[in-house]
Design a protein around this ligand. Structure first.
Ligand SMILES: Nc1ncnc2c1ncn2[C@@H]1O[C@H](COP(=O)(O)OP(=O)(O)OP(=O)(O)O)[C@@H](O)[C@H]1O
Ligand SMILES: [Mg+2]
Length: 398
């Protein structure tokens, strides 16, 4: 929706001003409705004895959007999903569906009454039912209509011709697609998926993942998908919520969370990371690559500068000289190769810097295998560095 406002310049009358305000109010109300929040978690806490498995998690899922709940093992992802589904009940907080509370300290709607599709890690199909009956399992209504829905879904997941087979006659990827079709059959408003692709081998996983994503997008369901793989989250998500020890450490688009991490641990979750540490003099930190700005830090504060290995550039040593300093890359610094490894599409080169013996890793496309001891110059894209004052881990501008 576009907001059209009548100009209310200086000297506008009181009624013109209140018109203006009521237009803004209408616009705000409309935007909230338009944003179409299907599932909302508000301040969810789930404790098991003294463990706070989920510690004050709030999330909003919108129609047609995939949100990935990402984080290391044991951080509370599955528990959050189970609370959202209603198979577990939170200790405190509220679960809302389509703007209505379905679980708080007074009400708790059973999972089957929430119009939610569930797909868990083991996605157990019913072994005694054929594919068509598995998909039809959650469907109600006249037989003909159910059969038509099953046929439509079989086509969508590309399994026409398999409807009379039993689960043990299907490959892993085919079983997974049946499970997806079964979860989608009742046209749920919300899909909750817990590591749905973890049982598949790499190549099959990519294929099933892409097919699933297309299908989910086509149905317009709001999706919450649990994964512990950053790459999977980057590939699937419109929004990533990164969990750590029961809390959401950061949420945002894959691009933002990768390029503007809230703290060093978030940065390190998505790739190998280099850390260059130094002490602030109140405004600057000295590094092998020249001084970095560290505004807002006190003299003596520890500052960590983080950079991903693919944002380092390597140059050969020319009689003790490297490339010229540039505004973008600052001063180049010299190091010696410790180890170089070929990783397939790229090579990983580890260097010991002459300045304070820092170890840094650089990723170079293709084959680059310099022997140990080779002197090389490194430059870094300053706009790709993340600068954090260590205590309180507050980011400061590079
Ligand atoms: N029913 C339970 N009783 C006691 N503790 C539990 C229970 N369910 C989960 N926990 C604990 O809560 C924490 C979070 O568990 P959860 O299963 O949500 O983690 P996760 O992020 O899904 O991990 P993973 O990636 O390994 O699946 C863990 O410490 C776990 O041991
Ligand atoms: Mg889990």
């Amino acid at each position: 929706m576009r907001l059209r406002l009548r100009p209310t310049g200086i000297g506008a009358t009181r009624s013109a001003k209140s018109d203006f305000l009521s237009q803004i109010k209408r616009h705000l109300v409309a935007s909230v409705t338009e944003s179409d929040v299907r599932l909302e978690l508000r301040d969810i806490v789930r404790t098991f004895g003294s463990t706070r498995a989920v510690d004050n998690v709030s999330l909003q899922l919108r129609a047609g959007q995939v949100t990935c709940l990402l984080g290391p093992s044991g951080c509370g992802k599955s528990t959050t999903l189970r609370v959202a589904a209603g198979v577990d009940r939170q200790t405190s907080g509220e679960v809302r569906l389509g703007g209505t509370a379905v679980s708080d300290d007074r009400v708790h709607l059973a999972p089957e009454r929430r119009n939610i599709g569930l797909m868990f890690q083991d996605f157990a199909l019913f072994p005694h039912l054929d594919v068509a009956s598995n998909i039809a399992f959650g469907l109600r209504g006249p037989r003909r209509r159910r059969a038509a829905r099953v046929a439509e879904l079989l086509q969508r997941v590309d399994l026409e011709g398999h409807s009379r087979k039993y689960p043990d006659q299907l490959s892993g990827g085919e079983q997974q697609r049946v499970a997806l079709a079964r979860a989608l059959a009742p046209a749920p408003d919300v899909m909750l998926m817990d590591e749905p692709f973890s049982g598949l081998d790499d190549r099959l996983r990519d294929e099933v993942r892409d097919a699933t994503l297309d299908l989910l997008k086509a149905t317009g369901a709001a999706v919450l998908m649990v994964t512990h793989e950053p790459e999977e989250a980057m590939r699937m998500a419109d929004q990533i919520a990164l969990m750590r020890a029961g809390r959401i450490a950061q949420s945002g688009s894959p691009y933002n969370i990768y390029n503007a991490p809230a703290d060093p641990a978030v940065a390190a979750f998505f790739s190998d990371i280099n850390m260059i540490s130094g002490k602030s003099n109140g405004a600057l930190v000295e590094t092998p690559f020249g001084p970095f700005l560290a505004p807002g830090t006190e003299p003596g504060h520890d500052v960590d500068i983080l950079i991903r290995p693919q944002h380092l550039r390597l140059d050969f040593d020319r009689n003790g000289r490297g490339p010229h300093p540039t505004v973008e890359e600052g001063v180049p610094a010299r190091g010696q190769v410790e180890r170089a490894r070929f990783m397939g599409g790229h090579s990983l080169v580890e260097l010991r810097m002459e300045f304070r013996g820092f170890m840094l890793k650089a990723v170079v496309p293709g084959v680059f295998m310099p022997p140990k001891g080779t002197p090389l110059w490194l430059s870094l894209r300053r706009d790709r560095c993340f600068v954090f004052a260590r205590r309180g881990a507050k980011p400061v501008d590079p």
